[in-house]
Ligand binder design. Structure first.
Ligand SMILES: *[C@@H]1O[C@H](CO)[C@@H](O)[C@H](O)[C@H]1NC(C)=O
Ligand SMILES: *[C@@H]1O[C@H](CO)[C@@H](O)[C@H](O)[C@H]1NC(C)=O
Length: 495
């Protein structure tokens, strides 16, 4: 499983606050010899007070510390009341903030900044809370953390029924939605790993930038809002693995490791994927050769190298195994490195070559007429971590420069980065075809930004293309390809 290191986690490892000053309160409260402070009951006088430098702050009973400002303390206890710490601002806590378990909405609208942990223990605790830079958030009670806004969390545990319901989460390393409807209608961004393990746990979850949602069953992730690059893996009983998929297909559409699609229209040899740590002694390199036709381009061949073995697949199922043309893949057992290759001629136009890595994880090269595609399914983090190329960085899905330093979003610039340099990368294909580096990739005749009129548009209407593409994982890409080629069948075979 991938481990995500966030700068915030590093900063939180540094002990947050040093309780150096003596315990002070601008209002009431009883300061004890051990520098703890007791704010007991509605008459405590701590409401709206500024409290600082204390060891333990005990806010017990209704409105005990309501509207107070508490900072640089070891721990805060909010309990036994209604809104004991309601609307309070608590910051720089070196230990834990506890809300509940007795009493109602003790941390209602609490604003908490910089703390290793908050525990929201009873019903409605931490309702509408704002939390910034909190390493562990435990939302254990029913409706706890409901409507909360959470920025920069390490682990967010939404365990109670409807805990975290309708909350907004920006940047959490791990979210566990384990209560019934726990993350229902929650909005999340930049959460690399989200576990949805209870009934409707992530029902109506909206994830514009999350990279992985790990659903225990389809029931836990029904109606997830698809609004951008992310992965959903629905695997009963499997947790925390978040296998990923990426692909290049059609009039080349690339899907990066975080699910984002982009198109590149030039012609040259490109590094699709370079995974040096693929398997002990067997690095993986996948290269594709794009070619232009009229005003678009497509992948005409792809070659996959595992260790020293190379399988090259070209248009119409033509293939070479270690340089030998048309090896009988049906009757012979074929391997690339330690991995078996399964060949199938699906029909007269379609050939597939599956490289099985085990447990459903596989790399598929497919030719449909003259279009070649490459797809990686259920890619395992251990194998692909650190991999780079046109499919982007495995961990983040970002498309990067070769040195791994800058993010490159312009497809033409990205292709310039990942054009095969035969001297350094080796020539994986059987033969060299122009352009070869240092000659640059060749763009199609018309710019990709101009509205294109395609040959295929004369044959297939957009409505027909849309109907044919009904089951596609990328409607726009599919419609585009069907209309470009005038081939309705392409919709089901390629997409
Ligand atoms: C909390 O700590 C941060 C970082 O040390 C500091 O900038 C901030 O002023 C502190 N807040 C309070 C209220 O003491
Ligand atoms: C995801 O949830 C499962 C089951 O609750 C747990 O075992 C696993 O550790 C979780 N993953 C993470 C990264 O917390």
């Amino acid at each position: 499983m991938a481990k995500y290191t966030f700068p915030l986690l590093l900063s939180l490892l540094v002990r947050l606050s040093v309780v150096s000053a003596a315990c002070t309160s601008s209002g009431g409260g009883v300061i004890n010899p051990d520098d703890s402070i007791d704010c007991i009951g509605p008459g405590s006088g701590c409401q709206g007070a500024t409290i600082s430098g204390c060891t333990v702050v005990r806010c017990v009973g209704s409105t005990a510390c309501q509207n107070s400002i508490i900072s640089n303390v070891e721990s805060v206890i909010c309990r036994d009341g209604a809104t004991a710490c309601g609307n309070a601002k608590i910051s720089n806590v070196s230990g834990e903030v506890t809300c509940g378990p007795v009493g109602n909405v003790n941390c209602f609208r609490l604003e908490l900044t910089n703390a290793p942990k908050i525990s929201c223990l009873g019903s409605g605790q931490c309702f509408d809370m704002r939390a910034n830079n909190v390493q562990v958030l435990d939302c254990l009670g029913q409706n706890s953390c409901k409507r909360a806004t959470i920025h920069n969390a390490g682990v967010l545990n939404c365990v109670g029924t409807t805990s975290c319901h309708q909350s907004t989460v920006n940047n959490a390393a791990v979210m566990n939605c384990a209560g019934q409807t726990a993350c229902h209608s929650t909005f999340g961004s930049l959460a690399p790993e989200i576990n949805c393990s209870a009934q409707h746990a992530c029902h109506y979850f909206a994830l514009p930038q999350a990279s992985c949602l790990n659903c225990q069953s389809s029931d836990s992730c029904s109606f997830v809002a698809i609004d951008g690059p992310f992965q959903v893996s629905i695997a009963a009983g499997s947790h925390g693995t978040c296998p990923k998929t990426s692909t290049v297909q059609g009039d080349p559409h690339f899907q990066t490791w975080n699910g984002k699609w982009y198109d590149y229209m030039g012609a040259c040899d490109l590094i699709l994927l370079d995974a040096p740590q693929f398997e002990d002694g067997f690095p993986l390199l996948v290269v594709i050769r794009t070619t232009t036709r009229y005003d678009y381009s497509y992948v005409e061949s792809a070659a996959i190298k595992i260790g020293d073995d190379i399988l090259e697949v070209a248009s119409f199922g033509e293939h070479f195994l270690n340089g030998v043309d048309g090896v009988d893949m049906v009757h012979e057992d074929m391997f690339l490195g330690p991995f078996p290759v399964h060949y199938k001629q699906v029909d007269i136009r379609t050939h597939t070559f599956d490289i099985s890595l085990g447990g459903g994880e596989k790399i598929t090269l497919k030719s449909y007429k003259d279009l070649v595609s490459v797809k990686l399914d259920k890619a395992d983090a251990q194998r692909f971590l650190g991999s780079q190329g046109m499919l982007g960085d495995f961990k983040t899905g970002q498309t990067m420069s070769r040195d791994g330093i800058s993010i490159v979003t312009d497809p033409d610039l990205l292709a310039t980065e990942w054009q095969v340099h035969p001297e350094d990368d080796g020539m994986v294909f059987q033969t060299a075809r122009a352009p070869q580096y240092p000659q640059s990739c060749q763009l199609p005749r018309q710019s990709k930004t101009t509205k294109r009129r395609r040959l295929g548009e004369l044959i297939v209407s957009e409505d027909d293309a849309r109907n044919a593409c009904a089951g596609a994982n990328n409607m726009d890409g599919c419609v585009h390809d069907v209309m470009a080629t005038g081939d309705l069948e392409l919709a089901s075979v390629v997409w």
